[in-house]
Design a protein around this ligand. Structure first.
Ligand code: NAI
Ligand code: MG
Length: 351
């Protein structure tokens, strides 16, 4: 057994993993992912922590300090989903957005890779790297003119842009060596111009990476028509939020799209989807996105062989032999699917 934490291998390490179910289907997909993780043969200490809307209703904060402390002392965290009401509620803040900023999880990594599910575009194998700490997500809004004018700040800094570009360049170097800088500098030359300036400065240290500038709206169109042309794409926060839902759609939808929020001190892996109140409590949520997020987590911890086996186990089940959940046309429950993945994983690892 090999663990490579920042490149160093360790034998028989016990990983401390914080599990945050959050709200809605988070209570279903996290136990499912845990079932899959328990089939890896690795040693884990799972530490459960609270966050989200239900936590806010219970104790008046969506992220207790104890949760932050648990995340900081664990090797990695797996997060389900948290509900955010669309109207403003005094004292409430979005749990995952808060954690990204509080723990400086500056890189949101969202891979979209073809898995054989209905509606997926073959040949898609790309990663959206979304800046995770600024842009419109500084959440600074104001109203003027007796409430008839509203302004939201969109903050772009040189340092955050340089740091996210550097992260994406390193990722591109380990993949096919292509990086798309996605922007809207034609309309926002001062802010997105600064993003590009920082990205080109970072690129000077990565001469082998082929850089392409793509305007965000054209990027959306090109992704739909020819996703196979893209490798790594880097962009500011809101563009990354929207474009990564589009790329999730390219490979079969939210039920299967994983992500990671990565910083220097901590990392939180989570499905791209939300708490899905329309299906919560029914036991039919597709746990694939969360299980693939767990695979990303294992890869981040240096367990790449087991991460790949877990992905393969998911593929085999999402696809051919397919005990699928209802969103993919099947009739299996969340937990039945997870148990099928766990069985397949054990077979792959021992066979
Ligand atoms: P959503 O992702 O929760 O649901 C969108 C649609 O996809 C729904 O029809 C849902 O049933 C379906 N869906 C999502 N995940 C699925 C899964 N694993 N299996 C099967 N079907 C699935 O997005 P929505 O409805 O816009 O938001 C619901 C709540 O989640 C809101 O309060 C929102 O703020 C929150 N949210 C939280 C996120 C997070 O915790 N990172 C991300 C996105 C939304
Ligand atoms: Mg989103």
């Amino acid at each position: 057994m090999r663990i490579e934490c920042n490149g160093r291998a360790m034998e028989n390490h016990t990983y401390r993993i914080t599990l945050i179910e959050g709200d809605g289907i988070g209570h279903e997909v996290i136990p499912a992912a845990r079932t899959a993780l328990e089939a890896t043969g690795l040693r884990f200490i799972f530490d459960e922590a609270a966050a989200g809307w239900e936590t806010f209703e219970r104790i008046g904060t969506s992220v207790p300090e104890e949760t932050v402390a648990k995340i900081e002392r664990s090797d990695a965290t797996l997060f389900g989903a948290a509900t955010s009401p669309t109207r403003k509620i005094e004292g409430f803040f979005g749990a995952i957005r808060y954690l990204r900023r509080r723990l400086d999880l500056f890189a949101n990594v969202r891979p979209s890779k073809y898995h054989p599910v209905p509606g997926a575009t073959p040949g898609t194998d790309l990663i959206v790297v979304r800046e995770n700490t600024e842009g419109l997500y500084v959440e600074q809004e104001r109203r003027y003119a007796r409430g008839r004018v509203a302004i939201a700040d969109r903050v772009i800094t040189y340092d955050a842009s340089y740091r996210i570009a550097e992260f994406a360049l390193e990722l591109a170097e380990r993949r096919r060596g292509q990086l798309a800088l996605v922007h809207k500098a034609n309309v926002l030359p001062l802010s997105d111009g600064l993003f590009l300036e920082a990205a080109y400065d970072a690129a000077k240290r990565h001469p082998t990476v082929e850089i392409e500038e793509v305007i965000v709206d054209a990027c959306a169109m090109r992704l739909v028509r020819d996703p196979g042309k893209f490798d790594v794409l880097v962009m500011e926060n809101l563009f990354g939020d929207i474009i990564s839902d589009l790329t999730a759609g390219l490979v079969g939808g939210l039920g299967i799209a994983p992500s990671g929020n990565i910083g220097e001190r901590a990392a939180i892996f989570e499905p791209v989807h939300g708490s899905a109140p329309d299906i919560a409590g029914k036991g039919i949520a597709n746990p694939t996105a969360t299980i693939l997020s767990a695979a990303m987590m294992l890869d981040h911890l240096g367990e790449s062989r087991i991460a790949r086996a877990l992905e393969e186990a998911v593929d085999h089940h999402v696809l051919e032999t397919g005990p699928r959940t209802p969103d993919l046309g099947g009739s299996r429950t969340t937990q039945e699917f997870a148990e099928a993945v766990a069985r397949e994983l054990r077979r792959l690892l021992t066979g």
